[in-house]
Ligand binder design. Structure first.
Ligand SMILES: *[C@@H]1O[C@H](CO)[C@@H](O)[C@H](O)[C@H]1NC(C)=O
Ligand SMILES: *[C@@H]1O[C@H](CO)[C@@H](O)[C@H](O)[C@H]1NC(C)=O
Ligand SMILES: *[C@@H]1O[C@H](CO)[C@@H](O)[C@H](O)[C@H]1NC(C)=O
Ligand SMILES: *[C@@H]1O[C@H](CO)[C@@H](O)[C@H](O)[C@H]1NC(C)=O
Ligand SMILES: *[C@@H]1O[C@H](CO)[C@@H](O)[C@H](O)[C@H]1NC(C)=O
Ligand SMILES: *[C@@H]1O[C@H](CO)[C@@H](O)[C@H](O)[C@H]1NC(C)=O
Ligand SMILES: *[C@@H]1O[C@H](CO)[C@@H](O)[C@H](O)[C@H]1NC(C)=O
Ligand SMILES: *[C@@H]1O[C@H](CO)[C@@H](O)[C@H](O)[C@H]1NC(C)=O
Length: 381
């Protein structure tokens, strides 16, 4: 008898189960998708990617994303870093816990200092999504978010995410629609990468990973709580936020005085929002992350106009990485700065900045469809 994890049993009870011939999850509740050069695993909790294997320059399969071996730990982890999950319905920050639509002001939960993060209590990254379809190459998770189930997030929203794999590639698409009234919708896929899978024996930080974002010439200025101030700065060559003029190592500006507190009080490195050039070829990579040590390279193609990058400053060094990572004989702790979260999305807090012209991309009326599409292609350098 196969162990049926709670989340899976809930899907059965809800009647939203995939066909009987569909692949079943493993004993940890993970669904496995495989194609040439790639293997990816997912759980319904927060529609999370738990493991992602690609080949390094020596042909060794590496699990290049953060996560836990024990999938029962995701819901109870007190830190809840939103590991590779889908937060929502409005990701990142909402300034001062409020926004207005048609002159009505809605108050949202202040769960991040004076601001709201990832929509506050009961956000989508804390829920078991339904598995609505699964094959060996693709899985669709869905969620119904009732009006105001996250404080101040009005209107019932139905959403789904489809993950699929093909040769060396992981594709992601999301759809969402409000069933009754206007509401903010802004989604992302919140994956934390470590392209060396913590197996580089002498260094587990992210600083020697290389990032190139040729179309990211603007960045939001932020306050001490990492909330955009409203100013969108132009990034000059070799500025601390410059990953457009040339590929730069993530630690390239660590000698710069501005590196400390660059991402809010006590936060060094990055936790910011870059805007892509308005006119760009959306079929071309918006961003390439690579590591010389493993030789792994990841290209992000996205239809989104911005990206949030976070270099894991707040990691306290007490969390272990997975048994699929690291080096035999060494400890398994993720250090401060041990990863990078990459989140393609729209402009942070755009609902409170009409002057940015993002309202049409962030507020959706009844029946108006929200769509998000990205893919990661993997190779070696
Ligand atoms: C997995 O995590 C859950 C929740 O924290 C815990 O109850 C359980 O003991 C853990 N299992 C193992 C094998 O560590
Ligand atoms: C919002 O208020 C402004 C100023 O009072 C008014 O001009 C506008 O028509 C109102 N909009 C809606 C949708 O009620
Ligand atoms: C998401 O919801 C949970 C529980 O409902 C809450 O503890 C958390 O602060 C919320 N926000 C974030 C960013 O995790
Ligand atoms: C899953 O589907 C069931 C049955 O349609 C529904 O009651 C439940 O709310 C759904 N869960 C989520 C997270 O949307
Ligand atoms: C949302 O629910 C809270 C109670 O949790 C209530 O105070 C508030 O008025 C509700 N907001 C709306 C717009 O329904
Ligand atoms: C890893 O490399 C970074 C960047 O050079 C450096 O700051 C850090 O001290 C190194 N860590 C270890 C454990 O050597
Ligand atoms: C950025 O540059 C553009 C023109 O290239 C200019 O219009 C804009 O004002 C600049 N933004 C800032 C914040 O300086
Ligand atoms: C690693 O990054 C640091 C800056 O953080 C740099 O000084 C050093 O040269 C890099 N090492 C390698 C091997 O690239």
């Amino acid at each position: 008898m196969r162990f049926i994890p709670a989340a899976f049993a809930a899907s059965i009870a809800g009647g939203a189960l995939a066909q009987p011939s569909s692949p079943l999850p493993d004993a940890q509740g993970r669904y496995t998708l495989e194609a040439e050069g790639i293997k990816a695993q997912f759980i319904p909790y927060a529609a999370t990617l738990t493991n992602l294997w690609v080949k390094d320059k020596n042909g060794v399969q590496r699990d290049i994303v953060l996560g836990y071996d024990n999938t029962s730990f995701y819901p109870v982890d007190p830190g809840h870093p939103v590991y590779n999950a889908i937060p929502g319905r409005y990701v990142n920050r909402i300034g001062n816990g409020q926004y207005s639509i048609d002159n009505v002001t809605y108050n949202t939960q202040k769960n991040d200092g004076p601001n709201t993060l990832h929509s506050g209590t009961n956000n989508w990254s804390f829920r078991n999504w339904n598995v609505s379809k699964v094959t060996s190459k693709s899985i669709t998770f869905s969620i119904y978010d009732a009006s105001n189930s996250s404080l101040g997030m009005i209107g019932g929203v139905t959403a789904s995410v489809t993950y699929s794999v093909s040769k060396n590639k992981w594709s992601i698409s999301m759809d969402a629609v409000s069933n009754d009234q206007k509401t903010p919708i802004m989604l992302t896929q919140h994956t934390y990468f470590q392209l060396d899978a913590f197996a580089r024996p002498d260094n587990r930080t992210i600083w020697n990973h290389t990032l190139y974002m040729p179309e990211a010439k603007r960045v939001m200025e932020i306050d001490g709580n990492a909330l955009p101030t409203g100013v969108i700065a132009n990034i000059s060559k070799n500025d601390i936020s410059d990953f457009w003029s040339a590929p730069h190592q993530l630690g390239f500006a660590s000698g710069n005085a501005g590196f400390e507190n660059n991402c809010g009080n006590g936060c060094h490195g990055y936790n910011g929002n870059w805007a892509f050039n308005d006119k760009r070829n959306k079929k071309k990579p918006a961003l390439t992350l690579s590591s010389e040590w493993s030789g792994i390279k990841a290209d992000l193609v996205t239809d989104q106009d911005a990206v949030v990058l976070y270099t894991c400053n707040w990691n306290d060094g007490k969390t272990e990485f997975k048994s699929t990572q690291g080096v035999t004989g060494q400890d398994k702790f993720i250090p401060r700065d041990g990863c990078i979260a990459i989140e393609a999305q729209d402009y942070v807090d755009g609902i409170n900045h009409p002057e940015w012209g993002r309202l049409g991309k962030q507020i959706f009326g009844k029946g108006q469809k929200y769509r998000w599409e990205s893919s990661w292609s993997f190779g070696t350098i």
